[in-house]
Design a protein around this ligand. Structure first.
Ligand SMILES: [Zn+2]
Length: 446
């Protein structure tokens, strides 16, 4: 049975039936990540995934980095798989950001299926992709349809808080489990952006900005609030924070960003010049919020601290900066920050995560393009640079090329980008089913 899978060029496991239910069930398992280890953790979700894999004869291992902070790793290489090829890492995180139920139209952890959508926290970030992967693998395992090459399934904890208890921990403590992987697919990409009825751009993530979360410190002379003080830590810090917050970062266009802009320019049939590029991007809808931020480095002040009484000048004041730099932009970013800080304010890193970038080329990319085009004749795959971070940063430490490829054909009117960490997060059931068909083909070719 396995052989048919390897030899047929377009064999797929057939139309999916489970993806919607699995997605809904995963949402019902609350895996809120508060950035501490006090939430529910991912253990229950990992056990649910292990059960689904076990039902079709796929063994998996659950690994706990801390109390209930669980990730799962499984190798799938049934008969018919070409085991001389390196395994493809297919990964999704199990945790979600918390949700304030009072803001929602539905219970964010009920996994409701209404109006053609699965609703709930994680519906797009990223229990949707977790469900698609599980559905495809289960359907293929049942049908004896082997993937072309071995698949390394990894479901991680803690992505939403920086991966310390998930992907980063796996890379540091269980590197052997990821042995041999050279390429990976996961979030955030593969979704469609409608240009016209007959043209949809599918954004494949090939790069992510780096993160420089900085703690600022100003030290001055403490003293009575009624005295003159020309060495006031609060004054110095506030001035530096204002300089950073108001700085206009120059455009720094990476190759992924340029490729995206070229594709947009071609699709909209307009010349894009840098003076009005951001205005043009607004024609793409809410996605412009995400891609606008990838035109340059950015730094936003996010927290302030200092002092304890109205009439006491403190000896120190602090601030936090969320800094993001484009691939290749770290040194310039830090040099600019130092200049903006001046002599009296210093910084330390809270987090210093490299940017990642890979080429939009090669057999894996061709397989993505092909599989999208078969399922959607109006599809055009384009690379893009993402403003945030994902588990790809951890895999990058092992030299693994990462792509954001969680295929979803979306209705033109859906504010998809706004769904990430947003209120009333939901994913159309049609989109999920489309995604499983693409992934099914993709495993055949990848
Ligand atoms: Zn995510």
């Amino acid at each position: 049975m396995g052989e048919t899978g390897a030899m047929s060029t377009e064999l797929t496991a057939g139309v999916s039936t489970e993806v919607v239910d699995i997605c809904s069930e995963l949402i019902r398992i609350d895996t809120s990540n508060y950035g501490t280890n006090e939430g529910p953790g991912e253990r229950k979700a990992a056990e649910y995934v292990a059960g689904l894999l076990d039902e079709v004869g796929i063994e998996s291992t659950i690994l706990e980095s801390a109390n209930s902070r669980a990730s799962l790793v499984a190798d799938w290489a049934p008969e018919g798989t070409d085991t001389t090829l390196p395994p493809l890492l297919v990964h999704g995180h199990l945790d979600v950001v918390p949700a304030n139920a009072a803001d929602w139209q539905v219970d964010p952890f009920a996994g409701e299926i209404t109006d053609g959508c699965v609703w709930g926290r994680g519906a797009v970030d990223m229990k949707d992709f977790d469900a698609m992967v599980l559905d495809v693998v289960r359907a293929r395992a049942r049908a004896g349809a082997a993937p072309r090459r071995p698949i390394k399934l990894v479901f991680t904890a803690d992505e939403e808080a920086g991966s310390q208890y998930g992907a980063t921990w796996l890379v540091n403590e269980h590197r052997d489990l990821l042995e041999g992987c050279t390429e990976a697919i996961g979030e955030v990409g593969g979704f469609s952006l409608t240009i016209r009825d007959d043209l949809r751009l599918y954004l494949i993530q090939t790069a992510e900005k780096g993160m420089a979360w900085l703690n600022l410190f100003a030290d001055g002379r403490a003293g009575h609030g009624s005295f003159r003080n020309d060495d006031n830590a609060v004054t110095e810090l506030a001035a530096a924070v204002a300089r950073i917050g108001q700085h206009k970062w120059p455009y720094k266009i990476t190759s992924a960003q340029q490729a995206f802009l070229d594709a947009v320019s071609e699709a909209l049939d307009i010349e894009l010049n840098l003076d009005e590029v951001e205005q043009t991007l607004t024609r793409l809808g809410s996605i412009s919020r995400m891609v606008g931020a990838t035109m340059s480095n950015t730094a936003n002040p996010t927290m302030l601290g200092g002092g304890y009484k109205h009439n006491v000048i403190p000896g120190q004041a602090t601030a936090s900066i969320d800094g993001r730099f484009v691939p290749g932009g770290r040194e310039e970013f830090l040099a600019t920050i130092k200049e903006l800080l001046g002599d009296k304010v210093r910084y330390e890193f809270e987090q210093d995560n490299a940017a990642v970038e890979t080429e939009f080329s090669g057999a894996l990319v061709e397989a993505m393009q092909h599989c999208l085009a078969v399922e959607d004749p109006g599809a055009k795959a384009v690379p893009y640079l993402m403003s945030g971070g994902t588990d790809a940063k951890a895999w990058d430490k092992l030299g693994i090329r990462s792509f954001g490829f969680a295929p979803l054909r979306l209705p033109a009117e859906l504010d998809f980008v706004g769904m990430f960490h947003g209120v009333d997060e939901r994913v159309p059931t049609d989109s999920l089913e489309f995604g499983t068909r693409v992934l099914d083909r993709f495993l055949q070719q990848a």
